[in-house]
Design a binder for this molecule. Structure first.
Ligand SMILES: [Zn+2]
Length: 252
């Protein structure tokens, strides 16, 4: 680390759980953010500020006026620009020591493996289950830890999946696409909720990278913004999971 980097990160290097070793681990880490929206923005900003060496972003969308109340990584002047490029620019302006990887496309079963293989941790804050299932499948195949966050109205949830073949995976939790789940565009969401869950996704990623504390493996964090009630429940592995059960791994 250069003297400038030591000064930049000094307040987190002070934490005994991080220290110089943890800071170097962050610098060496490669994190992929799936979805450059309300969750991907704050998580990316905190990861960039913390010095995560490479941050990849995958999204096929453009910035719209109705995004700006929650996707605070974008400015009004960014409207109509690609979210991948706008977020990447924001992250590098925040911290010129990092590099960004731009994937201007939708993540699918076809391209997931070739994109994810270059990353150590994946953060999924996308807005559809097809992409979440493709992310989970590729993370399982490549044994990449996955941090998954979601929002609806005033509810937020967060979990981490180790994908080591023995822990709960995303589809143990969501085996099939639930019916009746509507998007933020349909039900509404407050930006501060996205900021909270997005920040917690960054925190989970940093814990996984540095070994600090205990990631939310096999657990689900739930937050009700209206009452400010939070709870963490166990998320057991499903022996008949369509993605990670031994029978399905053989069939995959
Ligand atoms: Zn599973």
């Amino acid at each position: 680390m250069t003297p400038e980097e030591v000064q930049r990160y000094s307040r987190q290097i002070l934490l005994k759980e991080i220290g110089g070793v943890g800071q170097n681990a962050l610098k060496a880490a490669r994190v992929l953010i799936v979805g450059a929206g309300g969750l991907g923005g704050p998580s990316g900003l905190y990861l960039a500020a913390a010095g995560v060496g490479k941050i990849g972003i995958i999204d096929d969308d453009y910035v719209e006026l109705s995004n700006l109340h929650r996707q605070i990584q974008f400015k009004t002047a960014d409207i109509s620009a690609s979210k991948v490029d706008s977020l990447g620019n924001s992250l590098r302006q925040l911290n010129p020591h990092i590099v960004t990887g731009h994937h201007f496309e939708r993540l699918t079963d076809e391209n997931a493996m070739s994109i994810l293989k270059d990353y150590d941790v994946v953060l999924d804050g996308c807005d559809n289950f097809q992409t979440r299932f493709a992310v989970n499948k590729a993370c399982l195949s490549l044994s990449i830890p996955l941090v998954s966050g979601a929002l609806g109205r005033f509810d937020g949830q967060l979990s981490a999946f180790k994908n080591d073949g023995q822990s709960t995976c995303y589809r143990c939790f969501v085996p099939h696409e639930p019916e009746g789940i509507e998007s933020c565009a349909a039900v509404g969401v407050l930006g501060a909720m996205a900021g909270m869950i997005g920040s917690m996704m960054a925190l989970e990623a940093m814990k996984i990278i540095t070994g600090a504390g205990e990631p939310l493996y096999n657990k689900l964090f739930l937050f009700d913004g209206l009452s400010a009630n939070a709870r963490t429940i166990n998320l057991p592995r499903d022996p008949s999971c369509p993605a990670c059960s031994s029978a399905n791994i053989l069939a995959r």
